[in-house]
Design a protein around this ligand. Structure first.
Ligand code: ATP
Ligand code: MG
Length: 420
């Protein structure tokens, strides 16, 4: 569960701002749900046979013995909140998004933490492939806005309707049972509970077995085929390349029809930056009959790492985060004057970052501190200035001369220095 220290927060803020602006462009509203929920919610919403519920949840009993869990993902919580909040009236449509920490007991490694941040979007009340296209195009737009579009690739698949899947499941179980001697331990366990997940195995020894397994595509109803073909046509018309990956099954038990994942080849083995899909059955199970649901979640740490990698590659200039003004006072024991001047400048322009020197030091040392912080202008109060009611502004990022102005003119003078 990593800390993010102030020196590392820059890319987070840039990505979060891009996400927020994209959500606004697409008309999605933010939703915030608790970090702790009843364990039951996740067992039901994610599915007992999933990796998350089987082995990745942080669960504990509260003082009354009720089992609670730190949320491992947010789709189930959002559905619960929408149902309890009365959002899911028949015929209504909701587009929501969230951002926050998730918790999974995994083996920590590069790109995989036990606390990680997800941003996600969910749409309730829309059945067709067009909304899936919207959700996918929105991701492409986020990638553009944070500069990773060129290194992100999209994989899609269909899991068909629940009827299609029941049929397919039977075929798969029969096939894997015939080849039981070739299954690894994980797959033997999955065969009973969640045989589709075997297709998702990362064990190279099973590649051939999985390659030759029956294909979902052969079990699809005409309606399911049509749904998937329409989605592909919409993405193609939008100029987005989508690779169909028949082995993409995703973790959630409830997925049906479209599932997708965005990956990158720039992050080593933890290559998935975003996953999503349609989960109509979950809403039905939570009491929202005839309200379809579809959404995605992306991993913020992996996106931060990706933008950092790309920045290094292009050796682009680091974005300065230094103060616009650094207020210096060289008069011993004078506390009020620099404090009030700093406040005056902050109030003059809320967009300025204005900081005050802390601790006493001579002028040179205080100027060195200003430089170290990459301040753009030093604002100096010395004996002469205090006596005359003036202030001296010394530009630090240009060769322009310092200027001394009456205290009341400090803000306009700073403004013209920063503007030039
Ligand atoms: P993976 O196959 O990498 O375990 P997942 O299918 O478990 O991913 P989802 O539940 O779909 O992941 O979560 C969506 C995204 O959240 C992932 O694509 C990934 O970017 C990110 N993510 C998931 N688990 C972690 C983790 N433990 N640490 C960091 N990011 C994560
Ligand atoms: Mg996982």
């Amino acid at each position: 569960m990593p800390d993010i220290l102030p020196e590392a927060i820059g890319p987070w803020h840039r990505i979060e701002a891009a996400v927020r602006s994209t959500m606004h462009s697409y008309g999605y509203e933010e939703i915030r749900t608790p970090i702790v929920e009843k364990t039951e919610l996740f067992k039901r919403g994610i599915g007992e046979a999933t990796d998350i519920v089987e082995k990745e949840m942080y669960s504990f009993d509260d003082r009354k013995g009720e089992s609670l869990t730190l949320r491992p993902e947010n789709t189930a919580s959002c559905v619960r909140a929408a149902v309890e909040g009365g959002l899911l009236q028949p015929g209504s449509v909701h587009r929501v998004w969230y951002h926050g920490p998730m918790f999974r007991y995994e083996r920590p490694q590069l790109g995989r933490q036990r606390q990680f941040q997800q941003t996600g979007a969910e749409v309730y009340g829309v059945a067709g492939p067009a909304i899936e296209a919207e959700l996918i195009l929105m991701l492409a737009e986020i990638w553009r806005r944070i500069g990773v579009f060129d290194v992100a690739s999209l994989e899609i698949n269909t899991l068909g309707s629940s009827n299609d899947r029941t049929q397919y499941r039977e075929q798969l179980v029969a096939y894997f049972n015939d080849h039981a001697d070739q299954l690894d331990e994980d797959s033997v366990r999955r065969l009973q509970k969640n045989p589709l997940r075997i297709l998702d195995t990362k064990n190279p020894d099973m590649t051939e077995l999985v390659e030759n397994a029956p294909k979902m595509a052969d079990s699809l109803s005409d309606e399911s085929k049509e749904h998937f073909e329409q989605l592909q046509a919409l993405l193609a018309a939008s100029g987005l390349k989508a690779n169909v990956n028949p082995r993409l099954v995703r973790g959630l038990d409830y997925y049906s029809h479209t599932v997708f994942e965005w990956t990158t080849d720039r992050l080593g083995s933890q290559s998935a930056i975003c996953g999503g899909g349609r989960y109509d059955a979950m809403l039905e199970d939570f009491g929202a009959k005839n309200t379809p649901g579809v959404g995605w979640a992306m991993g913020m740490e992996r996106l931060v790492a990706l933008t950092e990698n790309l920045m290094q590659e292009s050796a682009s200039e680091t974005i300065s985060n230094g103060p616009d003004a650094f207020v210096i006072c060289t008069v011993k024991d004078e506390v009020a004057a620099p404090l009030l001047l700093t406040e005056q400048l902050r109030r003059a322009s809320p967009s300025w970052k204005v900081m005050q020197n802390t601790g006493s030091a001579n002028l040179n040392n205080q100027l060195k501190r200003a430089d170290k912080l990459s301040a753009r202008c030093a604002v100096i109060l010395g004996n002469d200035e205090i006596a005359a009611g003036t202030v001296t502004l010394k530009p630090l990022t240009s060769k322009n001369d310092p200027q001394t102005v009456p205290l009341s003119e400090a803000a306009p003078a700073l403004s013209s220095i920063l503007g030039s």
